[in-house]
Design a protein around this ligand. Structure first.
Ligand SMILES: Cc1cc2nc3c(=O)[nH]c(=O)nc-3n(C[C@H](O)[C@H](O)[C@H](O)COP(=O)(O)O)c2cc1C
Length: 176
C-alpha cells in the first residue's frame, strides 16, 4: 500500500461561489485514495501581518496554518487577480509564512484563474520564489476568462481547461 500523503489547497478568493474554489473542488476529486486533500478555509481569520507578532508564538490561526503547510507534502494555490495584483488576503497569508519557512522546498502547484490574471501570476511566482517554495513548472497554470469556462455551479465546462488542470495536478502528485 502506498503511504498517505497530504495536500493543502488554498484559494485566493473568499467569495461564495468562487470559481477558484470550484477549481480546487475539481482537483480534490482527482486525488487518489492515498492522498488526503484538504481545502484550507481560514484565510479570512488570519490577522493582518505584523512583523512585531512574527515570532515563535504568533496568533493561533497563524500557528495553525504554519503547521498545516509544514506538514503538507504538497500545496495548491489557486487564485484570482484583483486590481492587477495578488488578492490581499492571500498575500497576507504568504507574508506570515516567510519567517517560519513553512513553504521551503514544498512542491507547489500555482493556478491563477481570473479574467486576465497575468500580473498576479507573475507576482506570485516572485513571492513564492522568495519563500523558496518548489513551484513546479508543469503544475503552473494561468487560466484567463475563467468564468466563461465554468457553469453557475462552479463546474468546469471547458474541456481544454479541465485537461490542463488534470495535467498540472498530476505533475504535483508525481512530486509528493
Ligand atoms: C475588486 C476586483 C478587482 C478585480 N481586478 C481584476 C484584475 O485586475 N484582473 C483580473 O484578471 N480580474 C480582476 N477581477 C475579476 C476577477 O478575476 C473575477 O471576479 C474572478 O472570477 C474572481 O475569482 P473568483 O471567481 O474565484 O472569486 C477583479 C474583481 C474584483 C471584485
Amino acid at each position: 500500500m502506498k503511504p498517505t500523503k497530504n495536500i493543502i489547497a488554498i484559494s485566493g478568493s473568499l467569495r461564495a461561489g468562487s470559481s477558484n474554489h470550484g477549481i480546487l473542488r475539481f482537483l480534490g476529486k482527482l486525488a487518489p485514495a492515498n492522498v488526503n486533500y484538504a481545502i484550507y478555509d481560514g484565510l479570512s481569520q488570519l490577522p493582518h501581518f505584523d512583523p512585531g507578532l512574527d515570532h515563535d508564538d504568533p496568533p493561533e490561526t497563524v500557528t495553525a496554518l504554519r503547521k498545516l503547510l509544514t506538514e503538507a507534502d504538497g500545496v495548491v494555490i489557486c487564485t484570482p487577480e484583483y486590481a492587477f495584483g495578488v488578492p490581499g488576503s492571500l498575500k497576507n497569508a504568504l507574508d506570515w509564512m516567510v519567517s517560519s519557512g513553512s513553504l521551503v522546498g514544498k512542491p507547489l502547484a500555482l493556478i491563477t484563474a481570473s479574467t486576465g490574471g497575468k500580473n498576479a501570476h507573475a507576482s506570485l511566482l516572485l513571492t513564492l520564489g522568495a519563500l523558496s517554495a518548489n513551484v513546479l513548472e508543469d503544475a503552473t497554470l494561468l487560466i484567463s476568462f475563467i468564468r466563461s469556462k465554468m457553469d453557475g455551479d462552479g463546474n468546469i465546462t471547458d474541456v481544454e481547461t479541465a485537461n490542463k488542470l488534470k495535467t498540472a495536478f498530476t505533475a504535483l502528485l508525481n512530486q509528493l
